[in-house]
Ligand binder design. Structure first.
Ligand code: ADP
Ligand code: MG
Length: 404
């Protein structure tokens, strides 16, 4: 079982300076008065318990994050300053802000801080050295603090100065949200309770090749839905009509199916589908066998018989990993398969027979749409990092926090 250094492993924190890497790269919009307003504060809420835990122990909490892609230049459209008020609201603590993240002035402000206070540093990507993981820049960041805590899983797939370089210098630990995420992911794919099922859907095989390749070697059931199922069906000689399909990946798809067979991974592809002539809400549609797709038909969802079959197998599974919707869930009624399967997984999880972990931008939206997001064991909001984890890649920001 892999374990990670956590906050307790750092020892007493009273009076210590703790640099906390958060992900405050939250969705924002500019209002009529020209103010930047947070439109989704999920990431602020997720780092709040760690800020509180550190502050309660009397640490001076230095919050560090990136925002947007300022490409190594000071760009005030991407300043973190407005996030200070949001952090204060979420933590009910006074939060001050400084317009830099390294240097003498920052050090002076930190020296003058009260224990248990919070200081928001400026966007770390105003320095090009950040994404290059420049050692001098990492050392300058480390000068600010006695300890480093990372609570930004969504940034862990990047070896940057604020995720890896600084952790090589300071005693480091995973924050509460990162620890929770890692425990959930480890439980789902690292050391899972079997049988394990994976649902992989979404538009294209090409964006999830490495995910599919990794999963067939690790899971007992692979449920392929969404547009990518068409590529697998076409590769097996089935006519998918006008559906989204990557015909050039036929050989790749066949190889994935072969690997699955070699690894005793049962592949679930749809036997019935929902088709329409156009990609439009409430357009005329039909449920048909996969063998009856007409030339001008577009497959927009998995059919009900296929969903029932998957749900029957899911009852015997102990663990589920889910990335990618089963159909074009944004338009009705092509959300039916995704919603049905999501509800089934949510109910099994609630009943205590299934551990369910899901991630991906559209997947999270689809599970919220199905009303089951809070029933899943864990939902990851980290896009790229979650996918790289599903691909079986080692995430540099996580590796550096492994306990010896
Ligand atoms: P995630 O963001 O969760 O990783 P993806 O971006 O891979 O998921 O896939 C989501 C997209 O796949 C959605 O926009 C959805 O409309 C699309 N999709 C799913 N099924 C189909 C289909 N049969 N035909 C076309 N697009 C589909
Ligand atoms: Mg997506």
């Amino acid at each position: 079982m892999t374990t990670f250094k956590n906050i307790q492993s750092l020892g007493a924190l009273a009076g210590k300076r703790v640099l906390l890497r958060a992900d405050l790269n939250v969705p924002m919009k500019v209002d009529d008065d020209g103010n930047r307003i947070v439109t989704d504060d999920t990431r602020i809420q997720s780092v709040t318990p760690t800020i509180l835990a550190l502050a309660e122990q009397g640490a001076r909490v230095l919050v560090l994050s990136h925002f947007g892609r300022p490409k190594g230049e000071r760009n005030l459209d991407m300043t973190l300053e407005p996030l200070g008020q949001h952090l204060a609201d979420a933590t009910k603590l006074p939060v001050s802000y400084i317009d830099d993240c390294i240097g003498e002035e920052v050090l002076d402000v930190i020296d003058a801080m009260e224990d248990g206070a919070v200081l928001l540093l400026e966007n770390v990507r105003f320095y090009a050295e950040e994404t290059r993981n420049d050692p001098d820049f990492a050392a300058a960041l480390a000068d600010n603090a006695d300890f480093y805590v990372n609570d930004a899983f969504s940034c862990c797939h990047r070896a940057h100065a604020s995720t890896v370089g600084i952790a090589e210098i300071l005693p480091s630990a995973a924050g509460l949200a990162l620890e929770k995420e890692l425990v959930a992911l480890e439980g789902a794919l690292g050391n899972p309770v079997r049988p394990v099922a994976a649902v992989v859907g979404g538009a294209k095989v090409s964006t999830k090749l490495d995910v599919l390749t990794n999963l067939v070697a690790k899971v007992d059931h692979l449920i392929i839905g969404g547009g990518m199922a068409n590529t697998f069906l076409a590769a097996q000689g089935i006519d998918v009509g006008a559906s989204l399909c990557e015909h050039d990946l036929a050989e790749t798809a066949i190889n994935i199916l072969k690997n699955a067979a070699d690894n005793n991974c049962k592949i679930h592809l749809p036997s019935d589908v929902v088709v329409a002539k156009e990609f439009k809400a409430n357009t005329a549609n039909q449920i048909i066998s996969i063998n009856n797709v007409a030339k001008d038909d577009m497959i927009l969802d998995v059919g009900p018989a296929s969903v029932t079959a998957v749900e029957a197998d899911l009852k015997d599974c102990k663990t589920l990993i889910w990335n990618g919707p089963m159909g074009a869930f944004e338009i009705e009624p092509f959300d039916a398969a995704t919603v049905s399967l999501a509800k089934a997984a949510g109910a099994l999880t609630e009943a205590g027979s299934l551990i369910s972990v899901a991630g991906g931008g559209d997947t999270v939206a689809a599970l919220k749409h199905a009303g089951v997001a809070d029933k899943f064991t864990h939902i990851s909001t980290a896009g790229g990092a979650f996918l790289e984890w599903m691909e079986g890649k080692k995430l540099p920001g996580v590796e550096i926090l492994l306990a010896e």
